[in-house]
Ligand binder design. Structure first.
Ligand SMILES: Cc1cc2nc3c(=O)[nH]c(=O)nc-3n(C[C@H](O)[C@H](O)[C@H](O)COP(=O)(O)OP(=O)(O)OC[C@H]3O[C@@H](n4cnc5c(N)ncnc54)[C@H](O)[C@@H]3O)c2cc1C
Length: 429
């Protein structure tokens, strides 16, 4: 049986070669990648929560995306296509279960056919393997309860539990001599004579304050990524706006209505894929997530409000520009969020036989969505780097699928500035 992982409650030393802030799947993959490249460096991953992967990495749909949706040539497209392959190889090597159950993206009527065709071409341009356009008969064979006149069938889309993947990355980090410290929040990040000084709150119970030094720092803070960027004195070009996504769960006796995954044709104006039906590794079937403005960055419940964070959102000019463009859609999403019948209605478009009775309230996730000052929802991955510090500013879906590749991108980019062989540095520490 696999041994349970345990993490440090305080950093074991005062100084490190490299500190990674954030114990989500991206931070852990990045730490693993640096240790592979620079074995023997003193590395710590600092995570503010009591365990790793408690935010986005532990609250997602659990889909291994293939790369159909993303703009050809974008980092997302490249990292997803390569990331899908590498994720499967990684899981095979480390005994992590996954299932390539496939998915369908369905066009409900004639009006959606041009977008479906465009999406299919996009998938082909991105090099996604095995895509098929299927008619209503084949769709019925694949998903007997799904509505639709035509669909893209993607046989290689898979499902997985990303917390298992994050734990496996953590195990490798520890095996390579890296440290993982949980309950350790970075409160400040300053440059002092060429190295970074991190102010920490450590130990969840005592909330002690402490200070460590690091030659190099990479922040992978998900919902807090812009705040971490500002801490180091870098003007963040974007602001994180949290979008909550709620799921319903199909009653166990109704699970057979979904064989794999049923997705809508997405609205190209938004980075979200639209509510979908997804089979989970434990056999459950989830329906969701919607996308509603959350009133707290870590606001997993509707009623959770963080006034300071909400004010921050409202003070950001980009928010009002976005709201001006998308207010109608925002109101519709809120209606569906507060009104189960509205949510069920939108699901019935894709599966007419599903009823409100069949759906139980499920979990929620909060997406860290970067917003530009001009109101644009930043679609692609965004990494900002300087001489000693790099910040991952936007790592939305499919960053879990792509985590191994994003880690390589970060190590390539930041590695141009991070010189671990620096003699002066070796003497200083
Ligand atoms: C609802 C939903 C569905 C999704 N579905 C999919 C999917 O099916 N497939 C897919 O590939 N992707 C999916 N995603 C996206 C994917 O989950 C994320 O892109 C990915 O998990 C991002 O990982 P991360 O490490 O950047 O962020 P996170 O997992 O959020 O980790 C960031 C970590 O940083 C820590 N942190 C923040 N500030 C500090 C600080 N000051 N000090 C110390 N620690 C700090 C946080 O506590 C957190 O643990 C989904 C996301 C959501 C929300």
């Amino acid at each position: 049986m696999e041994q349970a992982l345990s993490y440090n409650r305080t950093p074991a030393r005062n100084s490190y070669d490299l500190v990674i802030v954030g114990g989500g799947i991206v931070g852990l993959a990045t730490a693993r990648e640096f240790l592979k490249r620079q074995p023997g460096i003193k590395l710590a991953v600092l995570e503010k929560e009591a365990d790793i992967a408690l935010h986005q990495s532990g609250h997602n749909s659990g889909v291994i995306h293939t790369g159909i949706y993303y703009t050809p040539g974008s980092l997302k497209a490249k990292a997803c296509v390569a990331g899908h392959k590498e994720m499967l190889e990684y899981c095979d090597q480390h005994g992590i279960s996954y299932e390539l159950c496939g998915k369908v993206i369905v066009a409900l009527d004639e009006s959606e056919l041009p977008k479906l065709a465009e999406l299919y071409q996009r998938g082909l341009s991105n090099g996604v393997q095995g895509l098929e356009l299927v008619g209503p008969e084949r769709l019925k064979e694949l998903e007997p309860y799904a509505a639709g006149i035509k669909a893209i069938y993607s046989p290689n889309t898979g499902i997985i539990d990303y917390v298992q993947v994050a734990r496996s990355y953590a195990r490798e980090i520890q095996q390579q001599g890296g440290e993982i410290v949980t309950g350790c929040q970075v409160m400040g990040l300053k440059d002092r004579a060429g190295h970074s000084v991190l102010n920490l709150k450590v130990d969840i119970n005592t909330r002690l304050e402490s200070e460590i030094q690091a030659r190099f720092v990479v922040t992978c803070g998900g919902l807090q990524s812009d705040k971490l960027s500002r801490m180091s004195g870098k003007a963040s070009p974007v602001q994180i706006v949290p979008f909550r996504g709620d799921y319903y769960v199909l009653r166990p006796e109704k699970r057979a209505m979904v064989k794999s995954m049923i997705y809508p044709v997405p609205d190209p104006r938004f980075p979200f894929l639209g509510v979908h039906f997804t089979r989970r590794m434990d056999g459950q079937v989830w329906a969701g997530p919607n996308a509603v403005l959350a009133f707290a960055r870590e606001g997993y419940q509707r009623w959770k409000v963080n006034p300071a964070e909400l004010l921050e959102t409202f003070k950001f000019p980009g928010f009002w520009k976005m709201a001006g463009k998308y207010w109608k859609m925002g109101l519709e999403e809120m209606y569906r969020d507060y009104n189960k019948a509205g949510f069920v209605e939108s699901l019935q478009r894709y599966m007419p036989e599903v009823t409100g009775e069949d759906l139980l309230p499920g979990p929620s996730g909060v997406r860290a969505q970067a917003l530009a000052p001009d109101g644009r929802l930043v679609d692609d991955f965004l990494i900002q780097h300087g001489p000693n510090v790099a910040h991952v500013q936007n790592a939305p879906s499919p960053a879990a699928t792509s985590s191994l590749v994003i880690a390589r991108m970060i190590a390539d980019e930041a590695g141009k500035d991070f010189n671990f062989a620096d003699e002066v540095f070796r003497r200083t520490f």
